[in-house]
Design a protein. Structure first.
Length: 104
């Protein structure tokens, strides 16, 4: 984000006079894009956490990795794909047999 802001500051002096968008609009667009990526990261991290908990994987690590990866665009696409490839089978919530107490 800091690199984007510093690049925008440098661009401000280099913008031609007939440029259709002013600097405030560019800053607002970058802010909206950043906020949208943060919201998508939070939602994706929450979904991965819930899915990993059902599959008895380490949901916290996967949720943090997926959530933070959406802040960096190319990596944000790779980490969820890696989760889908590496995740285990879903663990059933109920025992497979009808009477689990009969095994004692």
């Amino acid at each position: 984000m800091e690199q984007l802001l510093s690049a925008l500051v440098l661009m401000q002096s280099e913008l031609p006079e007939d440029f259709p968008v002013d600097m405030e609009t560019l800053m607002m667009i970058s802010l909206v894009i950043t906020l949208v990526s943060v919201v998508i990261g939070i939602v994706a991290g929450y979904w991965v956490y819930k899915d990993a908990a059902k599959r008895e994987n380490n949901g916290t690590v996967w949720a943090i990795a997926v959530g933070l990866s959406f802040l960096l665009f190319p990596i944000g696409l790779v980490v969820p794909i890696a989760y889908f490839v590496l995740r285990s089978d879903e663990t059933p919530t109920e025992p497979e047999t009808a009477s689990a107490a009969g095994d004692w």
